[in-house]
Design a binder for this molecule. Structure first.
Ligand code: NAD
Length: 498
């Protein structure tokens, strides 16, 4: 299809689809074929304003709808999504490049968030304590104490909430946010990644089929201008962001300066420690899957591995062997084990990092640039560097691609010290057979999500997604109990009837 005929994506607000009016458009390409697939408005601030107005207008009725009624739409939505898993996965494969299995997995993970949000009647329940005041026998005067005074705290919706999401899980990450937000009685404006927004649109169209009232759920496309309009808007109460540390830092400080509550789940550099006593097959598979699954484009990708002592002797050859035979190809091809990078900029960035690793003196064991891959598309095969050190860019910076670096350590404490040098603290895992070593790791490593004998310790929706250090700005994380608290405000009542 010629670029001039690429379909222009519409916004979705007030329950309807709206053509964009924008001076800047971005063309997105299928990363496996480099064919143009969508054209997205970048600076339609009028649409952003309309979406906030729609959400603001819908808030009074929606927030006073009983929570038991609100979640009926989510139950219905879950059923509809179950019927559209394959369709949604196909869109994700087309616009993001994931393999079909990865795309289906991401839709399933999104459905997990909806199931969790269906528990809102229990999750947002308040607490009560009768007889809160000390009795008069403990007081100097009668006024100080009292009987019959009860107190309770309720959790209430906060208003219009905004979600700003990244390209790497285009359908799942929005579902970290809006199902819980609307279950708690808020209305929502989603600004999906401009790089691959088609699956978010389809998922929101399906939500409208589930009967959410007009204005409860809205979607507006755009880049920084639109984000700025949303995060500074007087009628927006909360901003949930997932993306790079650079953008997250800006959105956190700007949103807070405009009196919003803000949570920013940001970039990552994750380390895996392998002890000599680990189950070899499980460790090699776990590290490999973590580094190269989703083409390394996930915030839980283990992109540095630290074998301790003689673990290096079997781990590194095992990883190199696997890398050589790993099938890299289009996501829609059933044989593909790894798809392309999502766009040309990502492809160029990963090439730059491989060059940097070579220049800085790491040993290139497998070079993903020379892998067996389709001619067209943003493909890079699994790339493995040995003898990396913490001051190299391939270790210090987030690459967000299929590049795994090995730092050799002589003891567990040295390995943990390598992990803790990182500015990021999203996740870290260890493979071992020793409870003692696992305990030492758990109690000394600086990361908010950790795994023992698990390559990707991705929390299910009932648990918070809890990065530390530069991987997170805010205090309440997404999902779990934190998610409920983020999307509600508390109100305390003190009452006496006698
Ligand atoms: P990104 O920061 O480029 O974009 C994320 C969102 O922010 C997009 O919607 C984009 O339009 C917006 N944005 C980007 N720059 C902006 C700016 N200057 N001003 C206002 N808005 C801006 O991130 P990405 O490349 O789409 O996603 C990859 C990043 O997301 C990686 O760093 C990855 O680690 C991170 N990520 C983190 C988590 C987590 O839970 N910690 C999960 C998924 C992805």
């Amino acid at each position: 299809m010629p670029e001039s005929q690429t379909p222009v994506l519409h916004h979705l607000y007030s329950g309807k689809s709206h053509a964009p009016s924008s001076s800047q458009m971005r063309t997105n390409f299928n990363p496996g074929t480099q064919e143009p697939i969508s054209s997205v408005a970048l600076d339609d601030v009028v649409a952003a304003e309309n979406a906030v107005q729609a959400a603001h207008a819908a808030f009074p009725a929606w927030s006073s709808t009983p929570v038991g009624d609100r979640i009926q739409h989510l139950f219905k939505y879950k059923t509809i999504l179950e019927q559209h898993v394959d369709e949604l996965a196909e869109i994700i494969v087309q616009e993001h490049g994931k393999t079909t299995a990865e795309a289906i997995g991401s839709v399933r993970r999104g459905i997990d968030c909806i199931e969790h949000a269906c528990g809102a009647p229990i999750l947002m329940m308040g607490r009560t304590l009768p007889q809160i005041a000390v009795s008069s026998s403990f007081c100097r005067t009668q006024d100080e104490g009292g009987v019959g005074i009860d107190s309770s705290v309720d959790r209430l919706p906060i208003g219009v909430c905004v979600g700003i999401t990244p390209f790497n899980f285009p359908m799942m990450v929005p579902l970290w946010m809006w199902p819980m937000a609307v279950a708690c009685g808020n209305t929502f404006v989603l600004k999906p990644s401009e790089r691959d927004p088609m699956s978010s649109i389809r998922a929101m169209e399906l939500a409208h089929e589930a009967g959410f009232p007009e204005g409860v759920l809205n979607l507006v496309h755009g880049g920084p201008d639109v984000v700025n309009h949303l995060i500074k808007h007087d009628d927006v109460q909360a901003v949930s962001f997932v993306g790079s540390t650079q953008a997250g830092k800006y959105i956190y400080s700007t949103g807070c300066a405009h009196n919003k509550r803000v949570q920013c789940m940001c970039g990552a550099k994750n380390f895996s420690i392998i002890m000599p006593d680990a189950n070899r097959e499980a460790a090699i598979d776990g590290v490999f899957g973590s580094a190269f699954g989703n083409t390394g484009q996930r915030c839980l990708a283990g992109s540095v591995v630290v074998p301790v002592g003689e673990a290096a002797d079997w781990l590194i050859p095992g990883l190199a062997e696997k890398a050589k035979s790993f099938q890299t190809g289009r996501g829609c091809n059933a044989k593909s084990q790894m798809g392309p990078l999502q766009d040309e900029a990502a492809y160029d960035r990963v090439h730059d990092f491989i060059e940097a690793g070579i220049e800085e003196g790491a040993t290139l064991l497998t070079d993903g640039r020379n892998h067996d891959m389709p001619d067209k598309g943003y493909f890079v095969g699994p790339t493995l560097f040995d003898n990396a050190t913490s001051n190299m860019r391939i270790v210090a910076e987030e690459i967000f691609g299929p590049v795994l670096s090995v730092i050799r350590a002589s003891s567990l404490d040295d390995a943990v010290a390598e992990v803790n040098k990182s500015e990021y603290g999203n996740m870290s895992v260890m493979f071992t057979d020793s409870g003692h070593a696992a305990h030492r790791f758990e109690t000394t490593v600086q990361a908010g999500m950790i795994g023992i004998n698990v390559g990707v310790p991705a929390p299910m929706a009932a648990f918070p997604f809890s990065g530390w250090k530069k991987s997170f700005f805010g205090d309440l994380h997404t999902n779990g109990e934190d998610g409920v608290r983020f999307f509600t405000k508390s109100r305390v009542t003190v009452r006496r009837w006698i």
